[in-house]
Design a binder for this molecule. Structure first.
Ligand SMILES: Nc1ncnc2c1ncn2[C@@H]1O[C@H](COP(=O)(O)OP(=O)(O)OP(=O)(O)O)[C@@H](O)[C@H]1O
Length: 301
């Protein structure tokens, strides 16, 4: 990949904590394109936070390299363009929401601190709690504040380490919508979560971290099952016609079929339209089935 095609590139990284006798990361490589939304999944202890710490410059790998796009030095890039939303709360509990944001904005040395704080409060729907002490916020609002602090920098790369742990559905949805908007605006996102539906919802590319290595999961999403429901039950002739055309079809119910492995759903629907079948009421084609794949990948036999 030519250099300008990536914003972060890790090459053959290995990392071991001094007190451990195995590598947490093992010869790991990854190239992230500008604007890409990358999901990082894996069980507790897989090394996700360690990898994030290396990307954000908090830890240094013993071997391998981390390069950032834009011809910036790592230090410049991390300082100016990269923001992390850590797993832990990263604000001052005794300060109000406004004071926290004003403090972190002042570290950015911009001329328009007040405007930046006001806009970020609005962006994260925190304006109405701006004078509340951070400590007195609910879990969902604390998570929003954690995110707001990272967004002050208006980063081109936003890294989120389990940003929705322990929050209610309203705050969760708000955070997911905010991320979708940032993604639309071209922000590169690296997202770790144990909530696989979230990862599926926003990530373009998903990697599983296993034994220190990255496994590209999206590549396994081809040939997903396709379920088709019809408005009425299929007659025997219809079933015979379908199975003659598509041998890998099973009948889930009198009015629903499932094609176990479907690469090109549109072509398949065109084939089915040649038969005389009841109208289709619903089509279900999930390209990833991350939950199932996760179990397969991470359950040790
Ligand atoms: N400071 C440290 N010193 C020694 N070992 C550590 C340290 N931090 C993490 N580890 C170990 O490194 C491995 C990876 O931990 P890490 O926190 O990166 O995993 P994770 O995938 O982020 O886990 P989780 O999903 O629980 O956040 C674990 O075995 C952990 O115990």
């Amino acid at each position: 990949m030519p250099d300008h095609d990536f914003i972060i590139k890790l090459q053959q990284l290995s990392f071991r904590y001094k007190s451990n006798d195995v590598d947490t990361l093992n010869n790991l490589s990854l190239a992230i394109k500008p604007g890409e939304c990358v999901g990082l999944i894996g069980p507790n202890g897989a090394g996700k936070s360690t990898l994030i710490s290396i990307i954000t410059g908090l830890l240094s790998a013993q071997t391998g390299s981390v390069c950032y796009g834009d011809n910036a030095t790592p230090r410049q890039f991390i300082k100016q363009q990269l923001a992390l939303v850590p797993q832990e709360y990263a604000f001052y509990e005794r300060l109000t929401v406004q004071q926290n944001l004003a403090y972190f904005a002042s570290l950015l040395k911009t001329n328009n601190c007040d405007e930046l704080v006001t806009n970020t409060l609005a962006q994260c729907q925190l304006s109405h709690v701006s004078s509340k002490k951070a400590d007195n916020l609910s879990g969902g609002y604390k998570r929003r504040l954690n995110l707001a602090i990272a967004l002050l920098k208006q980063p081109s790369v936003l890294i989120l380490d389990e940003p929705t742990v322990g929050i209610d559905p309203v705050s969760r949805e708000l955070i997911m919508q905010l991320l979708a908007t940032l993604k639309q605006q071209g922000t590169t996102i690296i997202y770790t979560s144990h909530l696989l539906t979230e990862v599926e919802q926003i990530c373009d590319t998903i990697y599983g971290l296993k034994r220190g290595e990255l496994i590209h999961i999206t590549a396994h999403s081809e040939n997903a099952p396709l379920q088709i429901s019809f408005e009425s039950a299929l007659c025997d002739d219809a079933i015979a016609g379908i199975t003659a055309l598509l041998p890998n079809t099973q009948l889930n119910s009198p009015s629903q079929i499932e094609i176990s492995s479907c690469k090109e759903p549109l072509a398949l629907l065109a084939q089915l339209s040649q038969l005389s079948l009841p109208p289709i009421s619903e089509i279900n084609y999930s390209t990833l089935h991350l939950e199932n794949y996760y179990k397969e990948l991470f359950t040790e036999l």
